[in-house]
Ligand binder design. Structure first.
Ligand code: ZN
Length: 260
């Protein structure tokens, strides 16, 4: 299996990252895509991906909407440089987050558009984040879609109309442990069967979103890539598929998406 979204440069993994990667590999998660969310974080993700490990590591390079306010000066040239490093396989995480608004919306929009243009220039797929900003997000994507190779809306938690809009733009959809939440994930369980296998991928978003279907969750509530199995089980159950079928299909889709 491939975890397409793992925040392994998070400080919650500072003390035991090698064992976290070993446990992922032992659990059948043999490929991890480390999410970059800032210039420094993207360099750290690329550094990590360049080191030998028990799982195959790749990285994304991008500025998360929370960090859009930091995108000043020659940030775009700097991001272009990180994106060109070896084992960087996607641009992002980028997008819009009007839920928290940690960065002003005008900065988020400017930073998002510039990254879509960079992805088109570099012919890289895009790792997208959207929260409470669907209308603006889809309008911007609709403009840029013709020049983009591929793009995945990671941690999709939206409504049917949102999913339809994404699929109509031929975007990919990433599902996290949100689907394992018996209350919050109910809508997602209903929507999961509507995503074509060639557009569906799975992710942990570790250390966040610990799957709630774990029989014995870790006491510190930290999520890690080894727990991708629980996301897989919930997605497979929602789609009424055998987990092995879902695993094979999402892995093949991720390999094609990131050109691994
Ligand atoms: Zn995100």
């Amino acid at each position: 299996m491939i975890d397409i979204g793992a925040n392994l440069t998070s400080k919650s993994f500072r003390d035991d990252l090698p064992s976290v990667i070993d446990r992922a590999a032992a659990a059948g998660v043999d490929t991890l895509v480390v999410t970059g969310t800032s210039l420094a974080g993207s360099h750290a993700a690329a550094d990590l991906a360049a080191q030998p490990a028990s799982a195959a590591l790749y990285a994304t390079a991008g500025i998360h909407p929370h960090h859009a306010v930091e995108a000043t000066g020659d940030w775009l040239a700097q991001l272009r440089a990180v994106a060109g490093r070896t084992r960087v396989v996607a641009l992002g995480e980028c997008g819009l987050d009007f839920n928290r608004n940690y960065s002003p919306q005008a900065d988020q929009i400017r930073c998002f558009r510039a990254q879509l243009e960079l992805a088109a220039e570099l012919r890289l797929p895009v790792f997208l984040h959207e929260r409470d900003a669907h209308d603006t997000f889809i309008a911007i994507l609709r403009e840029h879609r013709p020049s983009l190779r591929d793009a995945v809306v990671h941690c999709f938690t939206g409504a049917r109309a949102h999913l339809d809009a994404y699929l109509s733009l031929d975007l990919h959809v990433g599902i996290t442990g949100w689907i394992c939440d018996e209350r919050r994930g109910r809508d997602l369980v209903a929507l999961a069967p509507a995503i074509p296998a060639r557009r569906l991928m799975i992710e942990t978003d570790a250390p966040y979103l610990l799957p709630r279907n774990m029989p014995s969750p870790p006491r510190d509530r930290r999520n890690e890539p080894a727990f991708l199995r629980y996301v897989l089980d919930a997605v497979a159950a929602a789609r009424r598929e055998d987990p092995a079928t879902t695993a094979a299909a999402t892995t093949a889709t991720a390999r094609a998406f990131f050109a691994l």
